[in-house]
Ligand binder design. Sequence first.
Ligand code: ADE
Length: 250
Amino acid sequence: MNFYILTLFPEMVMNGLNTSIIGRAMEAGFLHIEAVNIRDYSTNKHYKVDDYPYGGGAGMLMQAQPVYDAWKSVVERTGKKPRCIYVTPQGKTFSQKDARSLAEEEDIILLCGHYEGIDERVLEEIVTDYMSIGDYVLTGGELPAMVMVDAIARMVPGVLGNESSGSAESFEGSLLEYPQYSRPEEWNGKKVPSILLSGHHKNIEAWRRQQSILLTRERRPDLLARAELTPSEQEWLAEYEKSLDFSGEL
Ligand code: ADE
C-alpha cells in the first residue's frame, strides 16, 4: 500500500514512521510511505507557501497553488486520483473501522494543514474525506496523519507479520483486549491467573473473552452497548450484573 503525505514538515513525518514495525514493513516492501514537501511546489522565489486571510483574522493560511501542485505531482506519478484525506479537527472522527476499510485502498494521500488552515478553494478541488483524530486541536496535521498511517498500515496484510494480531486486539467487535501476563509467574506478590497456566486452550479462550467483556463494561461502557455478544454471553453478563447488585456495587 502506498501513502503520500503532503506536508510542510516531511522530516517530522518520516522520522516518526521510519522506526519499529512500520519502518520494517517499509523495508520489507509491504508499505511505501512518502512525504511530499509542499514547499518544493511553491512558485514564489522565497518559497513562500502562506499568506494573510482575506477578511482579516488571526494568523496565516496555506495558499492553494503549492498544495494543488504537490497533490498534482502525486496524481501524475500514480496515474490515478487516490482518496485524499484532509486531516482536520473539522473532520469525522477516525475509528478502527475507518482504519480497516482504508487499508483496502492501493494508494492514499493525506494532506496536513498548518498555521490557521488551507485556502478553501483547493480543499474543494482535491479533498475526498475530512478526518479528525479526536475533539482537540493540535498545531498541525502531521501528528494526526502519522496516527492514521500507523493505524491503517497495521491492518495491511504482512505488516504485522503475525496475521491474527491485527484483528485480536482492542475495538474488534467493539470489545477491549483482555489482560495479558508474561514471566515470572509471580511478581510483587501477584500471581498470573492460574487458568493461563492450565494449558487448556478452550478454557483460556473463554476466560479471555469474559475478561474482554468485563474490562469493556468497566472502562468503556459506551462500547459495550454496541458489542457483538452471543445470547449466552448476554445472559452471563446479566447474571454478573445481578450478582453485583446483591453484593452492593452500584
Ligand atoms: N489538526 C489539528 N488538530 C487536529 C485533530 N484533532 N485531528 C486532525 N487534524 C488536526
